[in-house]
Design a protein around this ligand. Structure first.
Ligand code: G6P
Length: 731
């Protein structure tokens, strides 16, 4: 107890005593200011109340002395006097003899001519007095105030203050000691419980975990400053630093390289998929395994006995583990539940979802097959698994059941609808439960996170921590976070692209256009969410309302056939063909056609040549999680030219605000935006493009992956720590 007193109570009391001294000095200054003001007021009041008598008796000395004596009845006014214009002094008895009218007149002059206040011992007394001299119609009135009461008041204040601080010091010290004792008692009890009730248990493992966690958090901060922009190197370093370089396993339906059998032999195809565009550079940087559907006609020919092929061809830095699906499985799981059910459910594009029980059964079974494949390729009991997209809503729970310690990061690449809309799915609870097997569920935007949390709230038994945006079920916690996806930077396809002029000339020649023709591009899978019909209609509007572009502007739509077994996609294909024909017929002149519809798969090298050749790129999605075409166009334009016209219904519109943002349903607005883009001065194009390029270069896909992995690593450390404490892991 004595030790506690000396180590804690005494320093605290000393600090408070110091505060008392400082406080007292401040208080003295303040009370003295108040006193001065008080004094001036009292003098004025005294003079004003005697004003009539003073004026009336100014020349009658005896009467004047009586009036002055009446003023000194106030116990704090010791003496009073008047000075006439002729410097005659008339004063009460106690008025200090030493004062002369000349001296008083000087003081008044010095103070501005009206009123002077000063402290003096000029009366020869031991105590100082306060004097106020006020100009009056025929001279001046002088009052002498007693200062001793002020000193008495100050002394009383000082003593009270010291006593108050001392009491405060003692009470604060007592309360603090009591609280600290109670907290320490509770904390140690909790630790003992967590460590098996042994009061002499070794705390070292826990301390080690805490230290690791703190070091990691500090490291992260420093690393951010030190490491510079995100790129493959930094991502690799983050993986080594935060996750001990564990290899990453990605689960995604679409594989990054498809081997197709052609008349000329086996060809490697890069699929048209935003997901692949984003994740492939991440895998090249991190290495590991990508588990995917082996969908190519020559895929089986390329794998080893474990169904693994090393990619990228010629570089072989990571593995693709192919999973084979029967036609029925593909129909039910991929075409059926994923693309006729979940895809239209999540996109507001006015296509009704179709939910068939047989499709659902395939979806469940195929999810299990992929989850098993993931568990086969991992090389530890606590691997990092990145589950991708709506094809695998059930896999996170299935993986968690086999690998309870796995860190599972699920990223949903498409929008998440509001709870009411999501609720129409007959298997809504199962889907949510599957996803909640994840450690983190990521979306492109906060809005999609909110929709997901609302859906969980509406349909699941769980606790929602809205502040930390986490869902808690028993001891398991799933964080729900926005991670806006992006592309690699620099894009390797740009580095191998021909110069801009060569692209411009080459593409115009391929399309049969004049060298100075104006060109717009649209690059998409042929999908009803992309708003391709609205886009072509906007071109029609442009030509209708801006005749100067007739015969000069051509829009090249590169449309990769997609999910062609689904009736909606077949219908869309036909509708787009008819619409393009119709617009072309309407505006054709000689060999001029405003729309070039190229419905086939284009490899990235071609796509980038088109981006680089065009005056503008129009992304008109009716609803899109992010849309990486917009970001690719920006990346392609190292000449800082070209205008992006972008639908407001894409995630990208939140980041690329220097694009011309349009409502794709508003055809007139979109047509006018195309005209604005074509007329935009070079300098403005440069400014807008430069700013967007800066953003995409910084917020690239390495940063996207890095942030998720770093978050996963902190979650892991915290879970380990909380595991030891026997509490549920906080975010
Ligand atoms: C979207 C999805 C991806 C998918 C891509 C291409 O971007 O989010 O998961 O890979 O479309 O579609 P596909 O069905 O051909 O893989």
């Amino acid at each position: 107890m004595w030790r506690t007193t000396t180590r804690f109570l005494l320093p605290l009391t000393a600090v408070l005593a110091l505060l008392a001294v400082v406080g007292h000095a401040a208080l003295t200054r303040t009370t003295s200011r108040w006193f001065d003001a008080d004094l001036a007021l009292r003098s004025q009041l005294a003079i004003e109340s005697a004003r009539t008598s003073l004026i009336a008796h100014w020349d009658q000395r005896d009467h004047l002395v009586q009036v002055l004596a009446a003023i000194t009845r106030d116990e704090r006014i010791m003496g009073a006097a008047t000075c006439g214009d002729d410097a005659t002094l008339v004063a009460t008895e106690a008025f200090p003899q030493a004062f002369t009218c000349h001296a008083i007149a000087r003081e008044i002059e010095r103070a501005g001519g009206e009123i002077a206040t000063w402290t003096t011992t000029a009366n020869g007394a031991s105590d100082p007095v306060r004097v106020t001299a006020t100009r009056f119609p025929r001279g001046a009135i002088i009052l002498v105030h007693d200062l001793s009461y002020l000193e008495r008041r100050e002394a009383t204040t000082r003593n009270l203050l010291l006593i108050a601080f001392l009491v405060l010091a003692l009470v604060t010290a007592g309360v603090t000691m009591l609280a600290a004792r109670l907290a320490w008692h509770g904390w140690t009890k909790q630790l003992r419980r967590a460590l098996g009730g042994n009061p002499t248990a070794d705390f070292r493992p826990l301390v080690r975990d805490v230290r690791t966690l703190v070091e990691r958090l500090v490291g992260e901060r420093e690393e951010g400053v030190r490491a510079g922009p995100w790129g493959p190197e930094r991502l690799r370093a983050a993986l080594t630093h935060h996750l001990q370089g564990e290899r990453v396993v990605i689960l995604a339906n679409r594989e990054p390289y498809i081997h197709e059998r052609t008349a000329d032999g086996i060809r490697v195809v890069h699929p048209a998929s935003g997901l692949v565009t984003a994740l492939e550079p991440v895998m090249r940087a991190c290495s590991g395994v990508w588990v995917a559907h082996g969908s190519g006609s020559a895929d089986r020919d390329m794998v080893d006995a474990r169904d693994i092929v090393r990619v990228p061809p010629g570089e072989e830095s990571y593995e693709v583990r192919r999973v084979w699906l029967s036609e029925q499985e593909e129909d039910g799981y991929y075409y059926g539940f994923s693309n006729e059910g979940l895809w239209p459910l999540c996109h507001v594009a006015h296509t009704r979802p179709v939910f068939r029980a047989t499709d659902w059964e395939h979806y469940v079974r195929v999810n299990q097959r992929f989850a098993d494949a993931v568990c086969e390729v991992v090389d530890s009991a606590d691997p990092v698994v990145l589950v991708q997209d709506y094809h695998f809503a059930l896999a996170p729970r299935m993986i968690r059941e086999r690998l309870p310690k796995a860190t599972i990061l699920t990223f949903w690449h498409i929008p998440w609808p509001n709870a009411e809309r999501f609720g129409i799915c007959p298997w809504r609870e199962q889907l949510l439960d599957g996803l909640l097997g994840s450690s983190i569920v990521g979306f492109h935007t906060q809005q999609h996170c909110n929709n997901f949390i609302d859906s969980v709230d509406a349909f699941m038994e769980s606790r929602i921590d809205r502040e930390a945006t986490a869902v808690i079920q028993g001891r398991h916690r799933t964080l729900v976070r926005p991670y806006p996806i992006s592309i690699e930077w620099p894009v390797h396809w740009v580095e191998t692209s021909p110069p801009i002029d060569a692209c411009r000339a080459g593409v115009r020649a391929e399309l049969g256009l004049a060298p100075d023709a104006l060109l717009g591009v649209g690059i998409d899978r042929l999908d009803y969410t992309k708003g391709i019909e609205e886009r072509l209609s906007a071109v029609d509007q442009l030509l209708e309302h801006h005749p100067e572009f007739r015969g000069k502007f051509t829009f090249a739509q590169l449309a990769a056939p997609s999910r062609t077994k689904i009736q909606h996609y077949k219908d869309l294909n036909e509708r787009i063909e008819r619409l393009a024909d119709q617009i072309n017929r309407k505006w054709s002149r000689d060999d001029y056609r405003p729309i070039a519809l190229l419905r086939e798969h284009h490899e990235p090298a071609t796509v980038f040549r088109y981006y680089r050749a065009a005056e503008l790129c129009y992304v008109s999605s009716l609803h899109d999680g992010m849309n990486l075409v917009a970001k690719e166009f920006v990346a392609a334009r190292d000449d800082e030219r070209g205008v992006l016209v972008l639908s407001q219904f894409t995630g990208a519109a939140r980041e690329l605000t220097e694009a011309l943002i349009v409502n794709p349903y508003d055809l007139m607005q979109a047509g006018n935006a195309l005209a604005t883009a074509l007329r935009m001065p070079r300098e403005e194009q440069r400014e807008r493009m430069r700013s967007m390029r800066r953003l995409v270069s910084e917020f690239n896909v390495y940063r996207w992956a890095g942030r998720m992995l770093v978050d996963a690593a902190s979650l892991r450390s915290r879970e380990r720590l909380h595991g030891r404490l026997g509490t549920s892991g906080g975010p």
